[in-house]
Design a protein. Structure first.
Length: 175
């Protein structure tokens, strides 16, 4: 069995890893993942990761990566920039696992570590959205997430279809 390691990256580390992060994102989009991109435009995806670097530097986001044999094969982020009345919550975004590394527990471990980190940061409510009916939805449910509702025609897929999204939440206990 291949050993997987997990690492929270800071802005400078993320900047150095942009080519690897781009590859994970591009591979997921190529497989039709509903993650904010409808084309495999390298410039747009690279710009996305450059924005992440800025958000990490100012503390608005945190980025966890999974590595297999040193290569980044998965990501998850916590979006922490909330209005004053929402400092108790965080949004889970960009849970990505490279297609070559799927079905090995990486997504589950990324989620669990993100929840633990949110707890450490004093966040008691996590939210996310996922394409309705996607395999990720069943993962979240198995981890104790609750469905808040669905929004029809929420996002255009890579195939051009308007998909619904399921909005989910999880209350996490503080230590």
């Amino acid at each position: 069995m291949t050993h997987i390691t997990y690492q929270w990256l800071e802005a400078g580390q993320t900047q150095q890893e942009i080519p690897a992060l781009y590859e994970v994102l591009d591979s997921c989009v190529a497989q039709g993942a509903s993650i904010g991109f409808i084309s495999r435009d390298r410039q747009q995806m690279t710009h996305f990761w450059q924005d992440v670097v800025l958000n990490l530097a100012c503390g608005d986001k945190q980025l966890l990566v999974a590595r297999r044999e040193g290569r980044i094969v998965g990501t998850i982020m916590l979006a922490l920039a909330m209005p004053a009345n929402g400092k108790h919550r965080a949004e889970v975004i960009k849970l990505l696992v490279h297609p070559d590394a799927r079905r090995s527990g990486i997504a589950r471990e990324l989620m669990q570590q993100a929840e633990a980190r949110a707890r450490q940061l004093g966040r008691s409510l996590l939210v996310l959205d996922t394409r309705s009916g996607d395999v990720a939805e069943s993962l979240y449910l198995s981890l104790g997430w609750q469905v808040a509702g669905q929004i029809p025609h929420y996002a255009r897929s890579t195939a051009g279809v308007m998909d619904a999204t399921t909005v989910m939440y999880k209350e996490i206990e503080q230590p």
